[in-house]
Design a binder for this molecule. Structure first.
Ligand code: HEM
Length: 281
């Protein structure tokens, strides 16, 4: 299913070019279409859900904007989940309903968590990874020469980019002594994931992108019991997406100087606002 969706979006990219915005035609659509198919969300609802998730992830959204997004999401869930409870399909939501352990409210919460967890994260990682590989032609050439490196390349891109800056937060259940500090019971600790993933005591040349690196163990997807629930799905989308794009568009390049790419620096997850690219016809 992921391969089909990736190739359908790449067909659209082919038709749109040569020259298109990858965020618009490819990186934003792929993960949101995949997640919607996995939950059984109708295609007609996808774009508006995407906009609600975006509003909620934008740190500069005003309170009325955020409340409108929450109410848009809740309205959709209140229509969608009870219908599926009456007629469960062969998808994740259907499995959760048939499992019989979640209340209607919990099913709505889980659906919202999966949608919000998947949409903004994976699309930005897909876009940032493509941008980064185009900016590191030696690494891209190495990957093209040896496609077996794709798994390691995805891990290295996750580490190097760490698009989720405020990802992992924990609430101390008791007083904890850590690195000479006391974290008091009830205090919240947020780990600066990009700093951890570029720690020179942990990684050789941490600021260098090296897809041949073998000492992964990064925290881009968090750690422990609350580690990212969608990590294997995200990795699969990234692998399939990078592989198909660079395979079908061997002359892909940025259409503007890299310094002109506008970054989303007001979002929970980091990524480009748009990614203008071009290729030889
Ligand atoms: C490259 C893409 C992704 C990145 C960088 C990412 C990153 C993260 C991070 C940093 C956390 C916090 C982990 C922690 O607190 O230890 C997290 C949690 C979570 N993610 Fe992801 N994520 C990605 C894709 C996805 C996808 C595709 C889904 C949905 C299928 C998803 C669903 C979740 C959920 C439900 C949680 C909460 C887990 C819990 O609290 O137990 N994520 N993610």
């Amino acid at each position: 299913m992921i391969e089909r969706i990736v190739h359908e979006q790449l067909d659209d990219l082919e038709k749109a070019g040569p020259g298109a915005d990858l965020v618009d035609v490819f990186t934003e659509s792929v993960p949101s279409r995949v997640m919607c198919e996995m939950i059984g969300v109708p295609e007609s609802e996808r774009k508006s859900l995407q906009r609600h998730v975006e509003t909620l992830g934008r740190l500069s959204s005003t309170v009325p904007e955020a409340l409108a997004a929450v109410s848009g999401m809740s309205g959709f869930l209140a229509r969608f989940v009870p219908t599926r409870m009456d007629d469960p399909r062969d998808d994740i939501l259907g499995d959760l309903i048939r499992g019989g352990q979640l209340t209607e409210q919990e099913l709505m919460g889980m659906t919202a968590t999966l949608i919000t967890g998947a949409m903004d994260t994976t699309g930005n990682m897909l876009a940032m990874g493509i941008f980064t590989l185009l900016e590191h032609p030696d690494q891209l050439a190495k990957l093209r020469e040896d496609p077996e490196l794709m798994g390691a390349a995805v891990e290295e891109l996750l580490r190097f980019l760490t698009i989720s800056h405020l990802g992992a937060s924990r609430w101390a259940l008791e007083d904890v002594e850590f690195a000479g500090q006391t974290i008091k019971k009830g205090e919240v600790v947020t780990v600066a994931l990009p700093a951890v993933n570029r720690d020179p005591e942990r990684y050789d040349n941490p600021d260098q992108l090296d897809i041949g690196r073998t000492d992964h163990g990064h925290l881009a997807l968090g750690h422990g019991v609350h580690q990212c629930l969608g990590q294997h799905l995200a990795r699969t989308i990234l692998r399939v997406g990078y592989e198909a794009l660079f395979d079908r568009f061997p002359t892909l390049q940025l259409a503007v100087p890299s310094g002109e790419i506008q970054m989303r620096d007001d979002f929970v997850h980091y990524g480009p606002r748009s990614l203008p690219v071009t290729w030889d016809d």
